[in-house]
Design a binder for this molecule. Structure first.
Ligand SMILES: Cc1cc2nc3c(=O)[nH]c(=O)nc-3n(C[C@H](O)[C@H](O)[C@H](O)COP(=O)(O)O)c2cc1C
Length: 294
């Protein structure tokens, strides 16, 4: 008899988003294991290999937020978003390339801006991530980039798994990792409890271990939660401020305020000094030294 953790009906649909182009690679097998775990408790699953689709870079035109026109780029983003909206939970996975999640994840995250005015359609969805790297200490930005993606698409993060293996499928030699991936699927399907908040010493919102030291103190760079660093018996302990954890930058209210009070407000400020900027940038527009491939 399964005890469902979530107080709503059991999750029906779990979508896997795969950031690796490598067929049968570590990300692929772990995402599939998570989906298998979800199917074992009755969920319906599907997956998308992001690298097989057209995801073009955001051009920064701002039409999506300044004019509510949607995105002018004609690629697969709208289709992917509809698949995300249809799902109850999403698991995203990526390999580490040069210390961070591979570039496809960043491309996909940047394009979340076009949905900024429609993120209510993602309301209540939960997410998890699987970060694969060749070796520890060469992956500092993988989880931060993956989990920023989940937050940018308005998901609450329930689990994050980090796995190390270089060769394709080699991660399967580690039973614990495979078991963990399977249990992530069950968590997202609503059949198991997510990790207790802060039981892991990671940021309770974004589950990353990055700390940024500023003049004002220490913060989590991903969600802006305040951190107090304590030294206890020669070991470092991080305490995440309870208020800023609840009030992190990715809450629907805070992100909407950022969208309205800052992102949208930049248009008016820019227009007010448009002529001045245009004059200043004249010589740069005329400086034409572009080199193109044959
Ligand atoms: C271009 C490239 C860059 C890589 N950079 C890193 C790195 O910075 N840190 C690391 O731990 N592994 C790195 N790796 C190893 C991959 O993260 C590792 O092989 C992983 O298992 C690949 O996952 P996949 O099988 O799902 O594609 C790199 C691999 C490639 C191809």
């Amino acid at each position: 008899m399964i005890n469902f953790y979530h107080d709503r009906d059991m999750m029906r649909k779990l979508l896997g988003l795969l950031g690796s182009a490598r067929k049968n690679g570590n990300t692929e097998v772990l995402i599939k294991e998570a989906l298998m775990g979800a199917e074992e408790v009755g969920a319906e699953t599907g997956m998308i290999r992001l690298t097989d689709l057209s995801i073009r870079p955001c051009t920064g035109c701002m039409a999506c937020v300044f004019r509510n026109e949607g995105c002018r780029i004609d690629d697969d983003l709208e289709w992917i978003f509809e698949k995300m909206v249809e799902a109850d939970a999403i698991i995203i996975g990526a390999p580490t390339y040069y210390l961070g999640a591979c570039a496809t994840i960043k491309l996909f995250t940047d394009r979340a801006l076009q949905f900024a005015t429609r993120l209510d359609r993602m309301h209540g969805k939960v997410g998890a991530s699987i970060a694969v790297a060749g070796l520890p200490e060469w992956d500092a930005f993988t989880v931060p980039i993956l989990n920023t993606c989940l937050l940018a698409y308005n998901m609450r993060i329930e689990r994050t798994l980090v796995a190390y293996a270089p060769g394709p499928g080699e991660v399967l030699l580690d039973d614990k990792v495979v078991e963990s991936a399977n249990s992530i699927g069950k968590v997202l399907a609503g059949a198991a409890e997510p990790e207790q908040q802060n039981s892991t010493g990671l940021c309770p919102v974004c589950r990353t271990d990055l700390v940024r030291i500023t003049e004002k103190g220490a913060v989590c760079p991903v969600c802006n939660a305040k951190i107090t660093i304590r030294l206890e018996n020669s070991s470092i302990r991080l305490e995440y401020d309870a208020n800023s954890v609840v009030n992190h930058r990715w809450t629907e209210e805070n992100f909407e305020a950022h969208l309205n009070n800052w992102i949208r407000a930049t248009e008016k400020k820019f227009k007010a000094r448009f002529e001045e900027i245009k004059n200043l940038s004249q010589k740069y527009r005329e400086f034409d030294r572009w080199i193109e491939p044959p």
